[in-house]
Design a protein around this ligand. Structure first.
Ligand SMILES: [Zn+2]
Length: 327
């Protein structure tokens, strides 16, 4: 991309896409750093200096030619006023793009977790589309996105994709070591995170190993209702504005985990080697028919959570059905 910039062939809209938690946004910021570094665009294999005033401003989020849209701690979806001006709203991407570049160079809008612009009316993406279609001088969009299918086809077709892949397990354990995690815990989380250090750290913050214990109990048919209740005592931090939203998030997390466990059980039953599976350390739980039924139950429960049914009742019912399917 820096090479394309050196010959003035940089597209004015890019989508940095790939699995969640693997460093796409960090890569986007690194790329932007190179665009503004006062030592000029990095040579092939080179790097921005990270120390000049422009680099420092980009790193501090205060560069006048870079506008970053990042989710706040309780912000599930991006509202329209992040992109175009509305009464009572703050500074928007549109306001930013109206101004000329400070040194006649790029004006970059960097959007983190672009999948959060998905709305039933698609008003955010339609507003975005207009801005992408009529780029002002030097305007450049970098959209970071883990679920490109959440983008409108019209938006996707106007952006050049930059693909990122999941990391190897050695790379994941290296990143986890930087976060102070080592040994068995790190290896387990790296396996569960499937090439995404971000996912591994998320799972840890959500008390995934405690949650998995309860999933295993239910699958063994060992007091499934007790296991369902114990899910709520596992320590973990779950995002959400209200207590109910946090409960929903916990329910999603435990059901997703259960789905992965059951899917791996089925893969193991079909002959997949244990070391290739995230949950390959577990013995066979229940019967093949029970596992198939378990998968159905979990998918139904997952949809019930999105339908806003009581998360406690959803987990009770799912775990009881899992226990029965397991027997
Ligand atoms: Zn620099």
């Amino acid at each position: 991309l820096w090479r394309a910039a050196r010959s003035n062939r940089l597209p004015h809209a890019l989508v940095f896409q790939g699995p969640r938690g693997i460093g796409k946004f960090a890569a986007a910021r690194w790329f932007v750093l190179g665009l503004f570094c006062e030592r000029g665009l990095p040579e092939d294999g080179g790097a921005p200096c990270g120390a000049c005033p422009a680099c420092k401003q980009v790193l501090a989020g205060s560069h006048p030619d870079v506008f970053t849209i990042e989710p706040g701690p309780e912000e599930e979806r991006y509202k329209l006023e992040r992109f175009i001006p509305r009464e009572g709203g703050g500074r928007t991407a549109e306001d930013f793009l109206k101004l000329r570049a400070l040194h006649g160079g790029y004006r970059v809008v960097l959007v983190r977790e672009m999948e959060r612009t998905r709305h039933s009316q698609n008003e955010v993406q339609n507003a975005l589309l207009k801005m992408i279609e009529e780029p002002g001088r030097g305007a450049m969009w970098i959209l970071e996105c883990s679920r490109p299918e959440a983008l409108l086809a019209t938006v996707r077709s106007r952006c050049v994709p930059v693909n990122f892949e999941a990391l190897s397990s050695e790379e994941v354990t290296q990143v986890l070591a930087q976060a102070g995690l080592e040994g068995e815990e790190s290896r387990t989380l790296a396996r569960w995170g499937r090439g995404s250090p971000g996912a591994a750290l998320d799972l840890r913050a959500r008390g995934a190993s405690g949650l998995r214990e309860q999933v295993v109990r239910a699958l063994q048919g060992d007091a499934p209702l007790g296991a369902a209740r114990a899910v709520w005592d596992v320590e973990g931090s779950f995002a959400g504005k209200t207590p109910r939203a946090k409960e929903r998030e916990r329910a999603r997390c435990v059901l997703d985990l259960a789905l992965r466990v059951v899917a791996d059980q089925m893969r193991a039953g079909a002959g997949a080697p244990a070391e290739t599976l995230a949950h390959g350390d577990l013995p066979a739980l229940g019967t093949p028919v029970g596992r198939t039924r378990g998968l159905e139950v979990l998918l139904e429960a997952r949809a019930d959570v999105e339908r806003n049914l009581d998360p406690g009742a959803v987990i009770d019912r799912a775990f009881c059905a899992l226990g029965e399917a397991g027997r």
